[in-house]
Design a protein around this ligand. Structure first.
Ligand code: ATP
Ligand code: MG
Length: 442
């Protein structure tokens, strides 16, 4: 396994001082998969004070020392070095009541969540892989270290982490692990909402449709609003899938950006409440976009999502049934009102929604392509679509005698003329129009 120079150097310094040292956890897993690790964690037999002594010539960060972690600032960035430790207690299903340093790597690896995360590597000592993580990776298996039920009872966030690792690396939970993920999912209620939200974000950006469907029950344990969507028949000739499967395809269908992925996951939550059957046995969902937006708002508030994210998701969901038209004027208006990034996100969500019905009927992709083309043209033209880009400003209007509120009202009226392409964005023309307005109101 390749180790960057600074990591190799940290290991050498610890080994020279007489301690065992390994790269451990995610970096070993990633390297075994042929991926480039985004960071390298080290573990060692040295106690924190001994690690500090070994790295006395370096700048150190000691905020994690209580848990055995000393952070060494190397030329190539910070490296976390943690003393071999075990932990126990977990009366709250989330935090260990105690941690204890142990003399060897085996004890340290045993506290880790999944076999694929419980591997270590040292250039001189080779792999430490007591739970068969490499074999599991080869067979695409996600397996808890030790007894899965007790491991998830210790820390129920591991259940969501398991979902994330399964999705990210295409792993299938081994039978006992999957059973325990399901049977213990209720414990996740005890977790801090922020931690659940953060874990869901990490999952959403790697999730494929099949991950949302195969782990739907687990996701519903942290977002109960998803529960009635599982197996929900839409009674519609336009929908071959049940609600959660349709949702899952939309999630995969939008770019892997947080607002879009969240919007995709929650865009049809309001269908359950608004469902009606007509005389012919066909399902309808009148007003479901608005209802879904309200439900998404309450879910994201509950999960303590950042306000900007929540507002963007709610806006996207609220507009997901207002189809974007391949019409220049219409799109200029939309871009002026919401900005290009938002309109582009609306397009992505609508496109994925239409493309996830599973019926094989026309998914509107030709129309969406036209919309995308027009948006690109409008962007390239650098058209004036907001007040900042307007060729006149408040001072210009004051020079014409406008005062107070009149100024903003007139600027907006001018912008509307320009957006509608009734006036060119040129100072002279705009001032003439403004002067005309002024006369009218006098
Ligand atoms: P990523 O690439 O997402 O950072 P990672 O495996 O490095 O993946 P981290 O959350 O950074 O994940 O954790 C580092 C290591 O610590 C894991 O590989 C695992 O061995 C262990 N670990 C982290 N969280 C837990 C937990 N809740 N329970 C048990 N072990 C954990
Ligand atoms: Mg990591």
């Amino acid at each position: 396994m390749f180790l960057p120079g600074n990591i190799q150097n940290c290991i050498d310094l610890l080994e020279t001082a007489g301690f065992a040292a390994y790269a451990v956890g995610g970096c070993v897993r990633d390297a075994c998969l042929g991926l480039i690790p985004h960071d390298y964690d080290l573990c060692t037999s040295a106690l924190p004070a001994q690690t500090e002594a070994v790295f006395r010539d370096y700048r150190l960060v000691l905020s994690g020392e209580k848990h055995g972690t000393v952070t060494v600032i190397t030329e190539d960035g910070p490296v976390e070095i943690t003393t071999f430790r075990t932990e126990g207690g977990y009366r709250d299903n989330r935090h260990p009541d105690w941690v204890q340093f142990v003399p060897d790597i085996q004890g340290d690896l045993a506290r880790r969540d999944f076999t694929v995360n419980a591997m270590a590597y040292s250039p001189t000592r080779g792999f430490a892989d007591p739970f068969g993580g490499r074999e599991d990776l080869k067979n695409h298996v996600l397996r808890a270290v030790g007894d899965p039920v007790s491991r998830f009872q210790e820390d129920s966030l591991r259940i969501l982490r398991g979902v994330r690792f399964a999705a990210r690396f295409g792993l299938n939970p081994e039978e006992k692990t999957m059973e325990a993920m399901l049977s213990q999912a209720g414990l996740m209620e005890n977790l801090a909402r922020e931690r659940v939200f953060e874990e869901l974000c990490k999952l959403l950006v790697v999730a494929k449709a099949q991950d949302i469907t195969r782990f739907a029950e687990i996701l519903a344990a942290v977002i109960p609003e998803l529960k009635p969507m599982i197996g929900f028949d839409q009674h519609s000739p336009h929908h071959a899938y049940d609600l959660i499967t349709h949702t899952a395809h939309v999630v995969e269908g939008v770019p892997a950006e947080l607002p879009l992925r969240w919007a995709a996951l929650l865009h049809d939550t309001g269908k359950v409440e608004t469902f009606t059957l007509d005389a012919t046995g066909r399902g309808h969902f009148y007003g479901h976009a608005k209802e879904s937006a309200a439900i998404a708002d309450s879910i994201l508030r509950r999960l303590k999502a950042p306000t900007t994210l929540r507002e963007e998701v709610v806006a996207l969901i609220g507009k997901h049934m207002t189809r974007l038209q391949p019409d220049r004027k219409f799109l200029r208006r939309q871009a002026s009102k919401y900005g290009f990034p938002m309109v582009e996100s609306m397009l992505c969500l609508q496109e994925a929604d239409m493309g996830s019905k599973g019926t094989g009927e026309d998914d509107g992709s030709a129309v969406f392509a036209e919309v995308r083309q027009i948006l690109a043209e409008l962007k390239a033209e650098d058209a004036c679509l907001n007040l900042k880009a307007l060729a006149v400003n408040g001072n210009d209007l004051m020079a014409l005698g406008f005062r107070g509120k009149e100024i903003g009202t007139c600027l907006n009226a001018l912008l509307e003329q320009v957006v509608e392409e009734r006036l060119p964005n040129e100072k002279e023309a705009l001032l003439a129009f403004a002067a005309g307005r002024k006369e009218e109101t006098q």
